[in-house]
Unconditional design. Structure first.
Length: 553
């Protein structure tokens, strides 16, 4: 006989997830691995000669890069002498200003910062995020992709995402050669939804940079760094080559951030017996040393690894906090699907949602999960109303706003017609009125007519050979009556000349004013400080369409 209660529990969604006991020797441990190095630094004549237990002669390339570029040596010896528990308490103490915390943490080593955040509970980590987030207002980023790389649907979906409040929209491809079509589709669609939304197309780095230089994208974030030398070398890269690539983006006015995440090294078999969090700290120090303004971290595509070990989701929050302690824009994951349990996926996100981060999701899927080409999402378009209610329940800024069906149908239709006009004006493959109609009302790609992929790819090749740029997109929109969309894209292109949105955590508002850690820094020091939701924003969040009104009775 078996317990019927245990039989029921076995069939719960949570028990379809994978879990593993800790195995420190291979890095299957989230935090506090006995194999992690002890914090330490020695500086001679302005040069780091020992770092976290290693002498300079024994440094690998990551140690060398961090020692030479990522630590403020002026204050390092004082910062390293500070007790880790005392530093953790300063992080959560509302009487210690953010700038005073950074004075210490920017002079610490990877092992020291790892030790500091390991003193903190999940609640304390969240308290730390509230104070250490770089930009005052939290925000959100969307994914807009589909199984068939359908440009009409991408334009409509990105218009809806921007209209719903996402400040950044990212796409990727099923077929690599479709990338330029995907890029221009979300560029056009996003500006229909809301002026000033930033877009990117995540593909192979050379193609991604080329599209950015042509003005087809506005930012990049899929430049990956790793915490052990063998994993870095496996990608034919070094910290220096990544830094060079980052400077290539910045020199062309493209905002960019590096990507890393707890669990990547053990997933790739080279964790060197260290904890996931310590190795992620090394990634974040590489990001800082390269002069990059921000990071996409929070385990990202590796989330299943820390999620399978004890304290793994706490480690994900801790890595987000470390990025903030290094004064980086923090785009905190919460994106890739990792569990069968709805309870667990919400719990994983609340650690970023409640304190607020620069971008709570580094990819909230604005499309159905079957269309998400980033391996499935923790949140998708079917969850929009849940997210809105969470904002309303908790009076929190989650980046989204309530919308009406009529409003969304209108922006989707306009975006579909705009990309149809661009394709026609530039002599690309035809977008039919039937496709425009379908994209206006579609749930996903299953509702769309099939396109001729061969002809599309021929057209993409011609598009690239002709050297089409963002300026040509502007001209095409202007010539076909979409002057407002043309003006928005033209303003985006002009903004790159100024470079103001390359500052830490920069986004645009609908009037193309830069909002960043420079001009709107987080100034939290306790109740009624930091980000305070305006009455106008609170009234907007409260006004979900399904709420019953007193005047209805």
């Amino acid at each position: 006989m078996r317990s019927k209660r245990f039989e029921v529990l076995e069939n719960r969604p949570i028990n379809q997830d994978g879990f593993v006991k800790e195995w420190p020797e291979v890095g299957l441990i989230s935090m506090e691995n006995p194999g992690d190095p002890k914090p330490g630094i020695k500086i001679e004549n302005g040069v780091v000669t020992e770092l976290d237990g290693k002498k300079r002669a024994d440094f690998d390339m990551i140690d060398t890069f961090i020692a030479d570029y990522a630590i403020n040596l002026d204050n390092a010896e004082e910062a390293m002498r500070l007790d880790s528990l005392e530093m953790a308490r300063r992080i959560v103490d509302i009487n210690v200003a953010r700038k005073d915390v950074l004075k210490m943490t920017l002079s610490m080593t990877p092992a020291k910062l790892t030790d500091v955040v390991s003193q903190m509970s999940v609640l304390e980590i969240m308290m730390g995020m509230t104070k250490m987030r770089s930009r005052l207002r939290p925000s959100n980023q969307a994914h807009a992709t589909n199984l068939r790389d359908n440009p009409v649907l991408l334009a409509a979906d990105s218009a809806e995402a921007a209209s719903r409040g996402f400040d950044e929209i990212e796409t990727t491809v099923g077929v690599a050669r479709y990338a330029p079509f995907n890029a221009i589709s979300i560029l056009v669609g996003s500006q229909v939804g809301r002026r000033g939304a930033l877009t990117q197309c995540a593909v192979e780095e050379a193609t991604e940079l080329l599209m950015g230089m042509r003005g087809l994208t506005s930012y990049a974030e899929t430049v990956s760094v790793y915490g052990t030398e063998p994993v870095f070398i496996d990608g034919d890269d070094t910290p220096w080559s990544k830094a060079f690539l980052a400077s290539g983006y910045a020199s062309r006015g493209l905002k960019m951030r590096f990507t890393s995440g707890t669990g990547s090294e053990v997933q790739m078999g080279y964790a060197e017996g260290k904890s996931m969090l310590y190795l992620e700290a090394r990634c974040l120090f590489i990001t800082k040393g390269a002069g990059v303004q921000g990071t996409q971290n929070g385990s990202i595509s590796c989330i299943g690894v820390p999620a399978g070990v004890p304290s793994g989701i706490r480690a994900v929050a801790a890595e987000n906090l470390i990025s903030m302690l290094l004064d980086l824009e923090s785009t905190t994951g919460s994106d890739q699907s990792f569990t069968h349990s709805d309870l667990r996926r919400v719990a994983r996100t609340l650690m970023q949602f409640v304190p607020g981060t620069d971008f709570i999701c580094s990819g909230y899927s604005s499309v159905p999960n079957y269309d998400n080409m980033f391996a499935g999402s923790n949140w998708d378009s079917d969850d929009f109303d849940d997210w809105l209610v969470l904002q309303r329940d908790l009076k929190l800024e989650g980046g989204l706003r309530p919308v009406t069906e009529e409003e969304i149908v209108a922006v989707r239709n306009k975006a579909a017609r705009a990309i149809q006009a661009v394709f026609k004006e530039l002599g690309l493959t035809e977008i039919t009125d039937e496709e425009v109609e379908a994209a206006t009302y579609a749930h996903g790609s299953k509702d769309m007519p099939l396109r001729n992929v061969i002809e599309d790819l021929k057209s993409v090749e011609d598009f690239m050979k002709r050297g089409v740029t963002g300026a040509d997109i502007v001209k095409a929109l202007s010539a076909t009556g979409f002057t407002d969309v043309a003006e928005s894209i033209f303003t985006l292109l002009k903004s790159r000349m100024a470079g103001d949105y390359l500052h830490t955590a920069a986004i645009f508002d609908k009037d193309f004013h830069v909002v960043s850690a420079v001009n709107t820094p987080n100034n939290y020091t306790g109740p009624k400080t930091g980000y305070q939701m305006s009455d106008e924003r609170w009234n907007q969040i409260k006004d979900i369409p399904r709420a019953v009104r007193p005047e209805d009775f």
